[in-house]
Design a protein around this ligand. Structure first.
Ligand code: NAP
Length: 246
């Protein structure tokens, strides 16, 4: 399974799952455009990729800003010559019960988690269609499939990613471009490290394989879906959740 000669753009790759995806695809041979709202941390990811003898560059990019996304994607094409692989990984949570949810927290989550995926996908698609090759993997969540009290904004954004992905998978399958979703369960990253201990315990009790997921568990799935071995797989949701949702 080699990604030699491939160029990958990964959003939210400064830390957590996105960083591990960037490292895993680099280990498989891809060069990497590391995009994140946290530019300095993205540069740390770049330095780690460079120790693997792959080319990488950091881009400060807010996925919810349409103009910034299009400018950055143009810049990446100038810097690397093409984009073969897009992993839409950037995402946030702003949790509260619906009754107390502020409109701004609804809007913020939807604009980053969902409109961000729209922005980045549309921006790379122009180039992928021209080269008649592309691999897109969108990171949703188990919560988008099973719901979670206190996360109606997040769950709505992640469920929508699945419908979006299946629709465009149908639009562009004949052009050599596949679009798939990974729905992670509860993964140990800065996002979940912020959760209160009783919430973490509650999640753990729901996982048949008795451990938290690790960023590597997700990164291995992405590496498979973007490889040539997965060329006949499109419009699918790969659940990586230790059996939390079956
Ligand atoms: P994380 O540790 O918070 O990393 C996400 C990265 O994306 C952070 O560097 C974050 O910066 C960045 N980001 C936030 N808003 C952005 C924007 N507008 N534009 C560009 N980058 C932005 O999260 P993670 O746990 O690795 O999660 C990665 C993805 O997996 C997310 O889509 C998440 O919803 C999904 N997921 C995670 C879990 C889990 O258990 N961890 C489970 C299911 C799904 P800031 O730190 O400044 O926000």
């Amino acid at each position: 399974m080699t990604l030699e000669g491939r160029i990958s753009l990964i959003t939210g790759a400064a830390q957590g799952i996105g960083k591990e995806i960037a490292l895993e695809l680099a280990r498989a041979g891809s060069d990497i455009a590391v995009a994140d709202i946290l530019f300095d941390k993205a540069e740390e990811t770049v330095r780690e990729i460079e120790t693997l003898k792959r080319r990488a560059k950091a881009y400060g990019m807010d996925v919810s800003d349409t103009d910034e996304v299009h400018q950055t994607v143009n810049q990446i094409n100038e810097d690397f010559g093409k984009i073969d692989i897009l992993v839409n990984n950037a995402g946030i949570t702003r949790d509260s019960l619906l009754i107390r949810m502020k409109r701004e927290d609804w809007d913020k989550v939807l604009s980053i988690n969902l409109t961000g995926v729209f922005n980045c996908t549309q921006a790379v698609l122009r180039w992928m269609l021209k080269q008649r090759y592309g691999r897109i993997v969108n990171i949703a969540s188990v919560v988008g499939l099973m719901g979670n009290a206190g996360q109606s904004n997040y769950a709505a954004s992640k469920a929508a990613i699945i419908g979006f992905s299946k629709s465009i998978a149908r639009e562009i399958a004949s052009r050599g471009i596949t679009v798939n979703v990974i729905a992670p369960g509860y993964i140990d990253t800065p996002m979940t490290q912020r959760l209160p201990d009783e919430v973490k315990k509650g999640f753990l009790n729901q996982i048949p394989i008795p451990r938290l997921g690790l960023p590597q568990d997700i990164a291995k799935g992405v590496a498979f879906l973007v490889s040539d071995d997965a060329e006949y797989i499109t419009g699918q949701v790969l659940n990586i959740n230790g059996g939390m949702y079956m």
